[in-house]
Structure formats: structure tokens, C-alpha cells
Design a protein around this ligand. Structure first.
Ligand code: ATP
Ligand code: MG
Length: 261
């Protein structure tokens, strides 16, 4: 479970990246986190993996309160989370198999556990037949699937992906999102940061939209809800969606469940 409660984040430069975030993600959920560049998406991810501590507020992830935990506990929190990066971050000299197995070795798994688990996750991402290849011998989509296998191999309860399809073409991007959805259906909580509206709209999942460090929409079923806000919070260089008939907008963004409770 992820719970951000009244979270503010300011950077040393004075930038107020988050300005009062309340967000709760239950175990087993699939959530898209969307919003324009600079809106605070990666800052939220950094708070969840305890790379940052909030300037104010509380962040609880998988039972760990990141503001109260000791430095020595951080690795235990991180073991409950698998992270997938936009640029894959594979080790070029190692084979696919070794890239994934390595993540288990560093947490001290036995050779037998490693053999079984690596075979399972490579099969899950559809790359069992490429286990002996090196990353440079794979397509971008295949490399991203290796990095998903690596994120999954230590059986985390949560997978976080920050722009996992940023370097992929639309077909490969769809495959990656479908894979993440499949992984979610097997019980892992999935949080995906993405800019790609068309992609998000192909899934009927919860979409949390952030803008200017605030949650401006939190609905299930596509990015279109967020576009209504985009008309009000215009950003230079971004295209304006076609004008369509829209219901009256509330003055304030909807309250989160927690605020209502
Ligand atoms: N280390 C940092 N030091 C100072 N300011 C930062 C730092 N990291 C991010 N910021 C600022 O905080 C705000 C939020 O940044 P963040 O990286 O969370 O945005 P984002 O939504 O992930 O954007 P993008 O879609 O471009 O990745 C931005 O104004 C950014 O310039
Ligand atoms: Mg970012």
C-alpha cells in the first residue's frame, strides 16, 4: 500500500514540486500517473522509493513510514519495490539471463532459487528463448521486457515504472503496458508514469493526474478526464485538444477518498 498524506516537496533551488498531495494506492491496484512535464510525477516516485524525504507530510509504503524509518531499513523497503526505467539500464556485457539473475544474487538468493525464478520471469515476459542474448542484440521493446523481468525477479509487491515506453514505438508501447497489466492481474501493484494519452485511453484503469504539484483528477477509465483540466491549465508548447462539449467544471479538483472519509 502507498499512502501520501499532505505531502509537500521543495527542492534546494526553492522549486515547490509538490504542494499538498493526498494519494492512496491499495495493494493490487493498477494506476497511471499522468501530467505535464515538471508537474511532479518523478518527485512522487522518488518519495515512494525513499530516494527523497518529504519536506512536510507523511509517506508510507508497504508498511514503512519513510520519514520515520532508519537508514538501515531503506534496503528492506526497496526490496518490496521493483523499478522499471525509461532507459532500461541493462548491463550490456551480461546476457539477458545474467542481467536478471544478478538482481537475485545481490540479495543473496540460492543458485537453485535463481535458476527457477529467472526461468519463470523470463517466460512471463516472453523472452525465455532470448536468455543467452546480450541487450544490444535485442529490440527496444525486448530490452524493456528484460528490465521488467529484472524488476519482478525478487517478487516485489509493487512495480513502479517511470515513462517505461518513452523510448518505444506505439506497438511496442502497447505490448509493454499489456504486460504490466498482466503482471498486475497476477497480484502485483503497478504504478506507471506516462505522458501517452492514446496509450492510457486503451486501458480501463485508474488515472491520477497531477499538475503544478497538485492532484487535479483521480478517476478510473482513461486520460480524457484529464484533458478537461488541460484546457484550464494550459502549458506552452502543448497542443490544445479539440473543443468538445464539456460538463461544468468544479472550481476545485475533486477531493480524494481520504479527505471525504
Ligand atoms: N533535483 C532537483 N532539484 C531542483 N528542482 C528539481 C529537482 N528535480 C525536479 N525538480 C523540479 O521539480 C519540479 C517537478 O519535477 P519532476 O521531475 O517531479 O517532474 P515530472 O512530472 O517528472 O516531469 P517530466 O515529465 O518532465 O519527467 C520541476 O519544476 C523540476 O524542475
Ligand atoms: Mg519525470
Amino acid at each position: 500500500m502507498i499512502h501520501l498524506s499532505d505531502v509537500y516537496q521543495s527542492y534546494a533551488t526553492g522549486t515547490r514540486a509538490l504542494q499538498g498531495i493526498n494519494l492512496r494506492i491499495e495493494d493490487g491496484e493498477f494506476v497511471f500517473l499522468v501530467g505535464p512535464s515538471g508537474s511532479g510525477k518523478s518527485t512522487i516516485i522518488k518519495l515512494i522509493i525513499a530516494e527523497l524525504l518529504p519536506t512536510a507530510g507523511r509517506v508510507t509504503v508497504n508498511g514503512y513510514n519513510t520519514t520515520k524509518m532508519r537508514a538501515s531499513e531503506v534496503p528492506y523497503l526497496r526490496r518490496t519495490i521493483g523499478v522499471v526505467f525509461q532507459d532500461f539500464r541493462l548491463i550490456e556485457k551480461k546476457t539477458v539471463y545474467e542481467n536478471v539473475a544478478f538482481a537475485m544474487r545481490i540479495v543473496g538468493a540460492s543458485p537453485q532459487e535463481i535458476r527457477n525464478r529467472v526461468a519463470y520471469v523470463l517466460d512471463l515476459v516472453g523472452l525465455a528463448h532470448k536468455a543467452r542474448r546480450k541487450p544490444t542484440e535485442l529490440s527496444g521493446g525486448e530490452q524493456q521486457r528484460v528490465s521488467i523481468a529484472r524488476a519482478l525477479v525478487n517478487n516485489p509487491s509493487l512495480i513502479i515504472a517511470d515513462e517505461p515506453t518513452g523510448n518505444l514505438d506505439p506497438d511496442r508501447s502497447l505490448e509493454i503496458m499489456m504486460l504490466l497489466e498482466h503482471i498486475n492481474s497476477l497480484g502485483t501493484t503497478v504504478l506507471v508514469v506516462t505522458h501517452e494519452k492514446e496509450l492510457v485511453n486503451q486501458f480501463n484503469q485508474r488515472v491520477v493526474a497531477i499538475d503544478g504539484g497538485l492532484i487535479v483528477s483521480d478517476r478510473t477509465g482513461g486520460y480524457y478526464q484529464y484533458e478537461q483540466y488541460e484546457n484550464r491549465y494550459k502549458h506552452p508548447g502543448e497542443s490544445t485538444p479539440e473543443p468538445t462539449e464539456q460538463p461544468e467544471q468544479p472550481e476545485q479538483p475533486e477531493q480524494s477518498d481520504e479527505q471525504q472519509a
